[in-house]
Write a protein that binds this ligand. Sequence first.
Ligand SMILES: Nc1ncnc2c1ncn2[C@@H]1O[C@H](COP(=O)(O)OP(=O)(O)OP(=O)(O)O)[C@@H](O)[C@H]1O
Ligand SMILES: Cc1cn([C@H]2C[C@H](O)[C@@H](COP(=O)(O)O)O2)c(=O)[nH]c1=O
Length: 211
Amino acid sequence: MSEGLFITFEGIDGAGKSTHIDALAAAFHAVGRKVVLTREPGGTPLAEKLRGLALNDPMDPLTEALVMFAARRDHLLQVIEPALARGDVVLCDRFTDATFAYQGAGRGFDLQVLATLERWVQDVPAARSLRQPHLTVWFDLDPAIAAQRLAGARVPDRFESQPQTFFARVAQGYADRAAGDPQRFLRIAADRPREQVWSAVEQGVRARGWL
Ligand SMILES: Nc1ncnc2c1ncn2[C@@H]1O[C@H](COP(=O)(O)OP(=O)(O)OP(=O)(O)O)[C@@H](O)[C@H]1O
Ligand SMILES: Cc1cn([C@H]2C[C@H](O)[C@@H](COP(=O)(O)O)O2)c(=O)[nH]c1=O
């Protein structure tokens, strides 16, 4: 059995993650891999309820961080870990880098507290140390372009309705996480046409020998 693979998709709202996650799933299917497509916050019945609260109900930054990590713990134990144990490929739309980018850099919440929660939540028996993605595909996009892409697309939630200055901080938060773990991050310049963005994603995954 092949080893399970955990790949996360990250970036500010509107960066293009969802546009390419299905195509990557299809590429893995084509080489015979089973794929679990999931998202955060969410991915289990409990975590989806927490998602509804996090995206819509006003709350203070500590509550918001705890809700994200509570949802993540349930998702890890119920979905991600069992899938990796089976040898599946887990493609997850956002994970802990989003918490550092949104709650940490965006809201200004204490990064040390987030790092402590990360250690608690991602300490799972099957991982040699902490469960972390094998690869994080980071869609790096100027917040002004992301805002144009999302304009009028849907009723904005608590995050999508934040000003561009918030997303500039979130983008910097992603850049800081990538600088701290450059091997794990595949930076995609997401301001290019869809086909070029997809080609960069596919090449990055192929270069690791997974396709
Ligand atoms: N390369 C691209 N060029 C132009 N428009 C794009 C490109 N990629 C995606 N889009 C469009 O931008 C919008 C946002 O894309 P998408 O939903 O994939 O972003 P996302 O990162 O998943 O956003 P969110 O996190 O808010 O769900 C969509 O309307 C999509 O069709
Ligand atoms: C995991 C996670 C997510 N968020 C925010 C980021 C987005 O605005 C929403 C999720 O919506 P999406 O359209 O499905 O991307 O939640 C966050 O603030 N912190 C997190 O840890």
